[in-house]
Design a protein around this ligand. Structure first.
Ligand SMILES: [Zn+2]
Length: 223
């Protein structure tokens, strides 16, 4: 049960999950100059994109597509061997202009509602913590959202997704370890950058280093 007001803002862009259960939660930023632009696009038949929810910077939560339907937010994506991510995920779009139009911090009021919405979704679906992902996690060659300013650590403290604490330094081959966690590593530097954008946000080098190895080892130990 939700304890806040969700504004119905229906999008025509959805279809059937064809019976597939939900086992992923995908977080995005909108990457449009204004919130109005994003709202229009997510409801534009021609654009053929949508999400289940949209969270404005003031914390307003809009429902665009019912959770039992498939929204169109992930595009060409892969995670832990699965490729039809829309069919199995709930998608949340979070208003932010993004890297293209002036990437900025996510306001506290917005993050508070993102957290409450995520908790609510996780209470209703069987979604493993490692399946709470960024769009950039599942499409590392195409996407950067929600980006390195997104506060995954605080969310993980609320049992939304994972955040690694370094407690071990195990040698490992990055391609193997990243693939084991779920990344498509066909383009390894992009996969490493996506990993850093989620889990080592202060240094997006695209190159593997000891800290990345230790963080991933800690994550793998949580699986
Ligand atoms: Zn996205």
């Amino acid at each position: 049960m939700t304890t806040w007001d969700t504004i119905e803002h229906p999008s025509p862009n959805f279809d059937s999950r064809e019976g597939h259960p939900v086992d992923m939660l995908v977080l995005h930023y909108t990457g449009m100059p204004t919130a109005e632009d994003a709202k229009k696009r997510l409801c534009d038949r021609e654009a053929k994109v949508s999400s289940h929810y949209l969270v404005d910077e003031d914390g307003t939560v809009m429902r665009l597509v019912a959770e039992n339907c498939r929204a169109w937010h992930a595009g060409l994506s892969t995670w832990r061997g699965a490729s039809n991510i829309n069919q199995r995920s709930v998608g949340i779009e979070i208003i932010n202009p993004g890297h293209e139009f002036g990437y900025r911090a996510f306001p506290a009021a917005q993050m508070k509602m993102v957290a409450m919405l995520c908790r609510d979704i996780l209470s209703r679906h069987d979604i493993p913590a490692c399946n709470v992902v960024a769009h950039s996690d599942i499409a590392p060659t195409r996407k950067e959202d929600p980006g390195e300013l997104f506060d995954w650590k605080t969310l993980a403290g609320l049992k939304i997704g994972l955040w690694p604490e370094i407690n071990a330094k195990l040698p490992q081959k990055p391609a193997e370890a990243l693939a084991f966690y779920g990344y498509d590593t066909a383009n390894l530097p992009k996969a490493i950058t996506a990993f850093q954008r989620h889990f080592r946000q202060n240094s997006l080098t695209g190159a593997w280093d000891d800290e990345c190895a230790a963080l991933l080892a800690a994550l793998l130990a949580m699986l």
